[in-house]
Design a protein around this ligand. Structure first.
Ligand code: ATP
Ligand code: MG
Length: 498
């Protein structure tokens, strides 16, 4: 165990190094690293009393609350495996993930009581326990690990299920460790750094902040949910230095900010999870908001490619270069393509998952010779900066030309009347495929299909302009992670068109 393949147990080590530094700030809560350590240890003793042991999977169905942070960390004291569950999943979906991970126990909080109840109704054999009941357990004595192996399993996190059924991504201590190291070698570190968490802790974006907090010894500031004005206040008045966002969050924050600006001490707005619309990036540039685009996925334990501070302004629209420990290639037909050419994004690094849980077929397909084939398309410029285009599965090929739905959607979204836009390919005898769009308008807004077509023609090459722009009155189909399900768009078109 004392080899280079292991590290001292993170939390014990952190509590020893900087016990008095604030680890977690949340409403009504201020825990130092010492207190976090003690709380997590006590919770671990309670889990041990329930028979949880090394290697056991434990589901967590909880809101962004301090109790969840405590539980997430507690699992590592037993070397049990964390299985975070998206609280927006339907009971059937959550139940499936619990079964698939063969979780010995799933802990839920008060706000998820109903879901838990329904999961029980679907499968009475699944063990679910309320946080309050766990709290009432009498903790037993146990031996926390002195060291943790970098190859030991820490998490099984399910992908969002945008392209198909979610897959359980296995993440080791080493994956989390190298993800945190890669990030800090890019963004830098100061002892009073504070990272604001408004993204869900059950996603990689949120969980990775908890890991960084312990590894770096910095404060995680936890908001129970995302509220633009509360987030802006935290940045402007409460010493936040870093925040992770997706573009929909950032848009609302910039709207809320108005004429105000952020203090110079705010160093990083980490923007990932999906495409970043150019107009948003430009607005942020004007306002001096330090946006760092990043590209990553559950399989890479969060970021793998991120812009560097010095390129944030000059390389607008790029996701940056692979982080220090990582490598990147763009492949077509198994060969690397020259700069400027498009192909599949393929990445390698110590933060990349060893594979999918109980899915050897999918693992073998995705990870070849240590390289993860992401299923995303992109291109690299002459200087090695990555531009993410779209998912390969959503690519529309029309008369031999590639059309990226994300680009067409961004053009539609630039119209003030459009609230949501989704683009998909329809079969076409002449062109093979043609793009069609579904839009939902802003409340009370009115615009004709012809006007939207004109708007698109002004912004897009002719072959990219949707042949139909169909308006719907309901929100577009999205998964529990709020990602657009393009594979379900065609069903929304009037019959006879698809
Ligand atoms: P599934 O794998 O089940 O289909 P998912 O890929 O949506 O779901 P996640 O791991 O949450 O699950 O999301 C990662 C994906 O998000 C990436 O593969 C990519 O498609 C998209 N993404 C992440 N960052 C960016 C970015 N900067 N630009 C464009 N897309 C991005
Ligand atoms: Mg994916």
């Amino acid at each position: 165990e004392l080899s280079s393949r292991s590290l001292p147990h993170w939390h014990t080590k952190r509590a020893d190094l900087t016990p008095d530094r604030p680890a977690l700030l949340a409403e009504g809560v201020q825990w130092s690293f010492r207190e976090l350590h003690e709380r997590a240890r006590t919770t671990a003793g309670k889990l041990a009393a329930l028979g949880i042991q090394k290697g056991d999977r434990v589901g967590v169905l909880m809101h962004n609350r301090p109790e969840m942070v405590q539980l997430v960390h507690a699992l590592s004291y037993l070397e049990a495996v964390l299985v975070p569950l998206n609280i927006r999943l339907s009971p059937v979906e959550a139940g499936w993930q619990i079964q698939n991970a063969e979780a010995k126990l799933t802990v839920y909080d008060g706000t998820n009581r109903k879901t838990a109840q329904k999961i029980r109704e679907i499968d009475g054999a699944l063990a679910l326990l309320a946080w309050e009941e766990l709290e009432q357990q009498q903790p037993v004595d146990f031996q926390p690990p002195v060291r943790v192996g970098l190859d030991s399993l820490h998490t099984i996190m399910y992908t969002s299920g945008t392209t198909g059924k979610p897959k359980g991504v296995m993440l080791t201590y080493g994956n989390h460790w190298w993800s945190a190291v890669g990030s800090v070698l890019n963004l830098g570190l100061q002892p009073d750094d504070r990272w604001l968490i408004c993204v869900p802790l059950f996603h990689m974006s949120g969980l990775s902040i908890l890991m960084r907090s312990v590894i770096y010894g910095i404060t995680a500031v936890l908001h129970a949910s995302f509220e633009p004005s509360a987030a802006n206040r935290a940045i402007r008045k409460e010493g936040i230095t870093h925040m992770s966002v997706v573009s929909a969050m950032l848009t609302r924050m910039v709207d809320d900010l108005g004429d105000q600006c952020y203090p110079a001490s705010f160093r990083c707005m980490l923007l990932g999870g999906g495409p970043a619309p150019r107009p948003l990036l430009e607005r942020c540039k004007e306002k001096g908001i330090p946006v760092f685009q990043t590209y990553g996925m559950t399989e890479t334990a969060s970021q793998i490619v991120t812009l560097a501070p010095e390129d944030a302004l000059s390389k607008l629209g790029s996701a940056g270069k692979p982080l220090y420990p990582a490598e990147l290639r763009i492949l077509r037909d198994g060969r690397e393509v020259p700069p400027g050419s498009e192909g599949e994004i393929v990445v390698r690094g110590p933060n990349v998952t060893p594979g999918y849980w109980r899915r050897e077929d999918a693992s073998r397909e995705a990870i070849r010779d240590g390289w993860l084939h992401t299923g995303d398309l992109g291109r690299m410029d002459e200087e090695g900066f990555l531009y993410v285009l779209d998912r390969r599965s959503d690519l529309i090929i029309s008369g031999g030309e590639n059309i990226y739905p994300a680009e067409v959607e961004a053009a539609l979204l630039a119209h003030p009347a459009v609230a949501e836009a989704g683009v998909t390919g329809l079969p076409d005898e002449r062109w093979g495929q043609v793009p069609a769009a579904i839009v939902r308008l802003q409340d009370g807004a009115e615009v004709t299909e012809a006007d939207l077509m004109k708007h698109c023609r002004e912004r897009l090459a002719k072959y990219k302009v949707p042949v139909r722009i169909h308006q719907v009155g309901r929100p577009l189909p999205r998964n529990a992670s709020n990602k657009l399900l393009r594979r379900k768009l065609a069903e929304l078109l009037p019959k006879g068109e698809c």
